[in-house]
Design a protein around this ligand. Structure first.
Ligand code: HSE
Length: 315
């Protein structure tokens, strides 16, 4: 017998890497993200009945879709073999290929929705490896910084994703994030391919010093220390060449009073962190002027840090 019950879940957009924490650090923001609705159906297996907000670009075939793959991983582990099937409806509410964790938001929302529909066989912590399966499909490698931030909210540090060992870090209350999204697209898969596979020891030392200092700054709410730690010696110099006006935009954000600025995830969006909404908006305006000079369209988004993460919005 089928149940009419359906569960709609929102999962937020996320900023991964946060300058010095490539693949291990991330945080969630408000206002952008994806909705996934899961419902039982008479058609057996997992299907995707609709995707909106993607201009028809994402595959409806569950085994090729990040949310579908994440949900299938969960169903397999749950031993779900019922006569009933499950249908997902995905609502994209953020740009694709923007560096804001679009695939992660769909994967995180899908696993939370299906877990709820099945009566919560897994704890939220246990959902991470399933969501990572979706990320793998999108980027070719398993990394959990976006999905963990989308699932849990706030600042997260991924120690390992399988078995899940994610540390929820403290979120200092004054932090505001500015996102500038230039209207170009960068696929994570491609921007990972250009990275160097080896890191000089000197740069590695600087990077892990910054990462440790940033985590300390978050816990002690030392905004100055956070600013001094938001540097990326390893990834940003390679990827920033893909983003027109990157150096000028970063300078413009810092000139406006931002604590720090770097690439959001694999780009092309940049993020800046500031200690007030006014400063965050000023950083956005300053960065926008650079793209206007270049003649590139853009969107600015200002948000506090989202400490909630993925959650049920309708059941
Ligand atoms: N940490 C990942 C990367 C995030 O930078 O490739 C991708 O969104």
């Amino acid at each position: 017998m089928t149940s009419p019950k359906s569960i709609r879940v929102f999962a937020p957009a996320t900023v991964a890497n946060v300058a010095c924490g490539f693949d291990v650090l991330g945080f969630a923001i408000h206002g952008l993200g994806d909705y996934v609705t899961a419902r039982f159906s008479d058609v057996s297996g997992l299907g995707i009945e609709s995707i909106t907000g993607d201009d028809g670009r994402l595959p409806l075939e569950a085994s090729k879709n990040t949310a579908g793959l994440a949900a299938m991983a969960l169903l397999k582990r749950a031993g779900f073999k019922g006569e009933k099937g499950i249908q997902l409806a995905i609502e994209k509410n953020m740009p694709l290929g923007s560096g804001l964790g679009s695939s992660a938001a769909s994967s995180a929302a899908a696993v939370v929705a299906v877990n709820e529909l099945l009566g919560r066989p897994f704890s939220v912590d246990d959902l991470l490896p399933f969501a990572v399966e979706g990320e793998m499909a999108a980027s070719g490698t398993a990394h959990a910084d976006n999905v963990a931030a989308a699932l849990f909210g706030g600042f997260i540090l991924v120690k390992t994703h399988n078995p899940p060992d994610v540390i929820s870090l403290h979120t200092p209350p004054k932090l505001h994030c500015t996102i500038i999204h230039p209207s170009i697209e960068i696929q994570t898969r491609n921007s990972r391919m250009i990275l160097k596979k080896e890191v000089p020891l000197e740069k590695a030392v600087t990077q892990w010093a910054n990462l440790g200092a940033l985590v300390a700054g978050l816990y002690t709410e030392d905004y100055d220390l956070i600013g001094r730690s938001l540097h990326d010696e390893i990834i940003e110099p390679v990827r920033s060449i893909l983003i027109p006006g990157f150096d000028e935009m970063k300078k413009a954000a810092l000139d406006a009073g931002a604590l720090g600025c770097s690439i959001s995830g694999s780009g092309p969006s940049l993020f800046a962190l500031s200690t007030s909404k006014d400063e965050a908006e000023a950083a956005g305006r300053n960065m926008g002027k650079i793209l206007e000079k270049i003649g590139l369209e853009y969107h600015i988004h200002v948000s506090e840090i989202n400490t909630t993460g993925a959650h049920v919005v309708d059941a």
